[in-house]
Design a protein around this ligand. Sequence first.
Ligand code: F6P
Length: 358
Amino acid sequence: MLRIGMLTSGGDCQALNAAMRGVVKGICSKRDDVEIYGFQEGYKGLIYSNFKMLTSRDFSGILTLGGTILGTSRQPFKLMRVPDENGLDKVEAMKHTYHKLNLDCLVILGGNGTHKTANMLREEGLNIITLPKTIDNDLWGTDMTFGFQSAVDIATDTIDKIHTTATSHSRVFIIEVMGHKVGWVTLHAGIAGGADIILLPEIPYDTDVVVDAINKRKAAGKRFTIIAVAEGAISKKDSKLSKKELKEKQEKKKYPSVAYEVAERIQKRTEQEVRITVPGHMQRGGSPCPYDRVLSTRLGAAAAEAILDGDFGKMMGVKNGDIVRVPLAEVAGKLKYVDPDSDIIKEARMTGISFGDK
Ligand code: F6P
C-alpha cells in the first residue's frame, strides 16, 4: 500500500487542483494500491489531524477549477515552533499525524513560506515532495510557478480595459498589481498591457522621474498615462530608510496601499486627474489559463514519478522548459527577484517604458 498525504498551503492560486490531479493521475496510472489523505486547510490539517480520505475520482473534472478542493490557510513559519493556545507543539503534532497514519510521503503545494516549513519537515525525517504554487513567481529554483501566467492574464486584461476609459477622460491611471515583494506579475502584465510606466520593488522609483514621464506624454499629445505599480514598489527615498523608519513612516501615512501613495505624490504635479484601480484577489481567482493547466499537469506528473522513484526532499521545478527535481534545502528561504539588469528590462526600456528610475 502507498499512503500519500496531500495539502495546499498559503495564498491560493489558479491550477492548484490541476496540479493535484496531475499527481493522483500519475500515481494511479502505475499503482492501484494507493491511499490518499487530503489534509484540510494547509498545515492546519496536518497539525490537528483533520483530513479526508480521497480517491482518484475526487480528482476527476477539476482541471479547470480555480481555488483548492482541500482549502488552504497561512501558517507562518516563524510561528511553527510556537505552541498553540492549548500548548500543542505544532511541529511534533505534524510528525505525529504523519507517523500515526503511516504515510509514505507528503505532497505539499505552496509558495515561499510553505517551502520553509516543508524543508523543516524534511529535516525532521518526513518524506516530502513539493510543487511550486504562487502567482508571485518568486520561488527560488524554478523558472516558473503555476498561477503566475493566469494572474498575468487577469492583470493584463485589467490594464487593457483601463486604457479605453483613461483615453476617454484624458486621465492618469495607476493599476496596482499583486506580487508581494517582487515585480514579476507587474512586469509581465505591464509589458503585455502596454503600460507607459512600470514601478517594481526591484527598481526603486524617483517621483520626479515619474512626473516628468507623465508630463512629457501629455506635452506630446498623448491623452493618458497608464502606470502599472507592483504592490511592493518603493520610492528611492524610502528604500534608503531602515525597516524601522519605513514602518514608522507608513504607520503615520496609513495609505490603503501603494497605489494611493504614488497617486498622492504625483497628483499635485500633473494637470491630469489621477485614478486608481486595484484588481486585488481577482488576480488569484477563477480558472487557470491553458499555460498553467499544462505546467501544473506536468509538475504533478513529475511529482508522481519522484514519489514512485522514492526520491524525496525535492521540489518539482522548471528549468529551460524541462521539469527538474530541486533539493528543498536549496529552495527554502530564498526569493527569486526580477533582475534590474536582465534582458527583459532592457527590452522594455527600449520600447519606451519608464521604470521611474532615470
Ligand atoms: O502570495 C500571493 C499573494 O496574492 C501576494 O501577491 C499578496 O501579497 C498576498 O498573497 C495577499 O495575501 P492574502 O491573501 O493573505 O491577502
